[in-house]
Design a protein around this ligand. Structure first.
Ligand code: AMP
Ligand code: ZN
Length: 472
């Protein structure tokens, strides 16, 4: 597979350290609130990437952290502690908040058919690992103590801004005006590895350390959790584009200083989902969650489909109008597949299967072009080949796309069959008698008749359009 590597700014062949195996690390959610659908865009695209790598035959091991400590609202070392903010908002403890929103995150992922990574590790479970790496960074001269905190010294590196395009000024982004600069830092870009003195005197989660009671900075958790489960040489690291700086820049700085060699070869960054008024946020405008989309009547997989229609390296604008267009096109696609399901008898044409599969492979193999992969599904539907081959191809592609294409097509066929099924005369008679009982306001008799209808395998329901019958 070829993939755009943010580190080299080039589309490159993805070659794992160990042939046939690939280690993949993903920055997990900060569990202080529900994930918004922007966060979930990143996880959907990473899920397609993981599934495509498996589809090509690689043995993938994927690890994700859960950020339940240390992430401040600025992504740097200023602002409020997100977890503490969440706990205060809901009058709960930090751990209660973490548990609740971790479960909510995985519920959302399940609805979007996002696979759970092989290893999921909360930061609060790895404090000993953080302390070990920070101690070693101090010993090696890459970290220093000042004002009670431990900082990484970015001036000790030959190159700190490894992704290019960034500088000290970018550290100010997202920081509210009036936030005081941290006088303890030797260089503006230095970052906290361990806090013992912070403005959060009410910090709930604190651990003993060689430098006093305190808690870890955000960046150290990803380096340590990745090394713990995936070893010293990581193949692929993923995250949203905002993670590139300072978070991933700091991960590389501390990991390579600790290891003394290159840590991760490929960096995959998903661009943002925006609204018409700019960056998606949990605090401004409508808080767009999967549950909200469901409440509005959308199948969550319509949102997955909407994401797949765009390339992960382009920002995507969310509006209900755009989502409705995706919904209409998704429903049409399902009904076309439903027709294929009905006709699918006979042998799969192996040569045509291979030819059409090659189109799908070419799309995803070239920097994960998901919109062309969807086009490949349409190419199958249009192809001059029997329905059995079409169905086999769609089932094959859906291992990666995870849109439940065949499952939904079968459900649609079943619903239509039920609608078209002839209602037995006996049932119709009972329905008429029930209607008469209702008109006469004899509801006890109407209920009796409903039970008799149910015994014959039919359900009767009152709707705005009148009485509806369906198969039990
Ligand atoms: P957080 O829970 O804030 O740590 O973010 C979880 C993931 O969502 C990170 O990989 C972020 O880079 C990513 N992310 C944040 N905002 C957006 C957005 N608007 N669109 C896509 N990904 C995002
Ligand atoms: Zn991370």
């Amino acid at each position: 597979m070829k993939i755009y590597n943010s580190l080299t700014h080039k589309v490159e062949e993805l070659v794992p350290n160990e042939a046939g195996r690939l280690s993949m690390y993903t920055c997990g959610p900060t569990v202080y609130h529900y994930a918004h659908i922007g966060n979930l865009r990143s996880y959907i695209m990473e899920d397609v990437l993981e599934k495509y790598l498996r589809y090509t035959g690689l043995d993938v091991k994927r690890v994700m952290n859960i950020t339940d400590v240390g992430h401040l609202t600025s992504d740097g070392d200023t602002g409020d502690d997100k977890m503490l903010k969440g706990a205060k908002r809901e009058h709960k403890t930090v751990m209660e908040i973490a548990r609740f929103y971790t479960d909510a995150f995985f519920d959302d992922c399940a609805k979007l058919n996002i696979k759970t990574p092989d290893v999921v590790e909360p930061a609060t479970g790895c404090i000993g690992d953080f302390i070990k790496v920070i101690s070693s960074l101090i010993d090696k001269g890459y970290a220093y103590e000042a004002g009670g905190n431990i900082y990484f010294d970015t001036s000790k590196l030959k190159e700190y801004y490894v992704f290019g395009d960034f500088n000290e000024e970018d550290l100010e982004v997202g920081v509210r005006e009036g936030v005081e600069a941290d006088e303890n830092k030797r260089n503006k870009a230095d970052f906290v590895l361990w806090f013992t003195k912070s403005k959060f005197d009410d910090q709930e989660l604190k651990w003993d350390s060689p430098w006093g009671v305190g808690y870890p900075g955000w960046h150290i958790e990803c380096s340590c959790i990745s090394m713990k489960h995936l070893g010293e040489r990581l193949d692929l690291h993923c995250g949203g584009i905002d993670n590139q700086f300072p978070h991933h820049t700091n991960e590389i700085a501390q990991s390579e200083a600790y290891l003394g060699h290159k840590w991760c070869n490929y960096w995959f960054h998903v661009h943002h989902l925006n609204t018409n008024s700019g960056k998606m946020s949990k605090s401004k405008g409508e808080f767009l969650t999967v549950s909200l989309l469901e409440q509005k009547g959308y199948n969550p997989l319509v949102y997955r489909y909407f994401c797949l229609l765009s390339h992960y390296r382009k920002s995507l604008v969310f509006s209900y109008e755009n989502l409705d267009n995706a919904k209409a096109s998704f429903e049409k696609l399902i009904s076309r597949i439903a027709a294929v399901v009905k006709d699918a008898v006979g042998e799969v044409d192996k040569a045509e299967f291979a030819r059409l599969k090659a189109g799908f492979d070419a799309a995803l193999g070239n920097d994960l072009n998901t919109s062309l992969a969807i086009t490949a599904v349409y190419d199958v539907l249009k192809a001059d080949v029997n329905a059995a081959t079409k169905l086999a191809l769609i089932e094959d592609f859906d291992q990666v796309l995870s849109l439940d294409l065949v499952k939904q097509a079968k459900a649609l066929n079943k619903a239509q069959e039920q609608e078209n099924e002839e209602i037995p005369v006996e049932v119709n008679k009972l329905v008429e008698q029930r209607a008469a009982a209702r008109r006469a306001k004899d509801f006890a008799r109407a209920d009796e008749l409903r039970a008799q209808i149910e015994q014959l395998g039919w359900l009767v329901k009152e709707t705005r359009e009148g009485t509806k019958l369906s198969r039990k």
